[in-house]
Design a protein around this ligand. Structure first.
Ligand SMILES: NC(=O)c1ccc[n+]([C@@H]2O[C@H](COP(=O)([O-])OP(=O)(O)OC[C@H]3O[C@@H](n4cnc5c(N)ncnc54)[C@H](OP(=O)(O)O)[C@@H]3O)[C@@H](O)[C@H]2O)c1
Length: 296
């Protein structure tokens, strides 16, 4: 590992991504963070805000325009990173960018939450440190909750550690076709009918696939927990409740698992972790503080 630890975080202009950048800069003085933002100006604003809270941090932040649904943008971001790091390696990649399913259809949700991390991984894999590099895919408990509601065939597929990307592609195509026929994904009866849950279940499946194919990297997925952000705040507003009353925590408390998977010593690769940084199963919910999943 070089003296400077280079890490890319996608969707880092707000919410959990921004908090993850701040945590990395605050807890380690050897980090240089590429703050991915699909809108460069929003990325600059986030950098300034982090600098206000952590004076001097801006000199260790480089904003990179990065829309995870846009091949060219992803490629350009990887080239920018390559230029900055020169002969050194990218230590970490945090695939944090994501969208919910309230205002987006299945196609969009899969494009951002599943194909997005895949695009960024493909572009960044050649840059990653092959002795100790890390990829962290920010998933959600909605994934295991979705799998839990699946019929056996789908559950077996989504938890298959021999899965291939081609099979993941086919599964997404089948779900899209079924949703087109039924009018929406909810009416297909697959899993719990949530596009977001399907996307995060597939992100966990993809994480297994990626880890199996890159055994020289440590690649895991995690949920950040139930965190008050632009994604979840509307949920509280709809219910007329305070986010805290619903159990949402501030973004600063949504980085524990990501920080552990980046800088700690996870025992495995291709696993999914809860917000308490302990391993969780892919097919059912494990609450933070409950005994870790042992793989049985
Ligand atoms: N909040 C929770 O309770 C919770 C729970 C479980 C998992 N998660 C996961 O945590 C991650 C972060 O979510 P959050 O709660 O912090 O939500 P958020 O505040 O809505 O932030 C989402 C981030 O993703 C970015 N993004 C969306 N589409 C993008 C695209 N096409 N390309 C690049 N960036 C894109 C957004 O950029 P713009 O500002 O440009 O829109 C924003 O920076 C997501 O993967 C989410 O699924 C959150």
């Amino acid at each position: 590992m070089s003296d400077t630890i280079y890490v890319l975080v996608t969707g880092a202009n707000r919410g959990i991504g921004r908090a993850t950048v701040a945590a990395m800069l605050d807890e380690r003085d050897d980090t240089h963070v590429f703050l991915g933002s699909r809108d460069a100006a929003r990325g600059e604003e986030a950098r300034d805000a982090i600098d206000d809270e952590h004076p001097g941090a801006a000199s260790r932040i480089e904003v990179v325009q990065l829309d995870v649904t846009d091949d060219e943008s992803v490629q350009r971001a990887a080239e920018t990173i390559e230029t900055t790091i020169g002969d050194e390696s990218l230590y970490g990649l945090v695939n944090n960018a994501g969208i919910g399913d309230r205002n987006a259809d299945l196609r969009q949700v899969l494009d951002v939450n599943v194909r997005g991390p895949r695009r960024v991984c493909e572009a960044c894999l050649p840059l990653l440190d092959r002795s100790d590099g890390r990829i962290v895919n920010v998933s959600s408990a909605a994934g295991p909750n979705f799998v839990n509601e699946c019929e056996a065939e789908h559950r077996d597929f989504l938890t298959d550690d021999e899965v291939t990307w081609k099979a993941i592609e086919s599964f997404m195509a089948e779900c899209l076709e079924a949703a087109d026929e039924a009018g929406d994904f909810e009416s297909t009866g697959v899993g719990d009918g949530r596009a977001y849950g399907l996307s995060k279940a597939l992100l966990n499946t993809y994480t297994m696939y990626l880890a199996r194919n890159h055994s020289d990297l440590t690649i895991n997925a995690c949920t950040p927990g139930f965190i008050e952000t632009g994604m979840t705040r509307p949920m509280a507003e709809r219910r007329g409740k305070d986010p805290e009353e619903l159990g949402m925590k501030p973004p600063e408390e949504g980085t524990t698992a990501q920080m552990f998977l980046l800088f700690g010593d996870p025992e495995g690769s291709g696993w999914y972790f809860g917000s308490d940084a302990e391993r969780s199963p892919l097919d059912r919910y494990r609450a933070p503080g409950d005994p870790p999943y042992t793989g049985d």
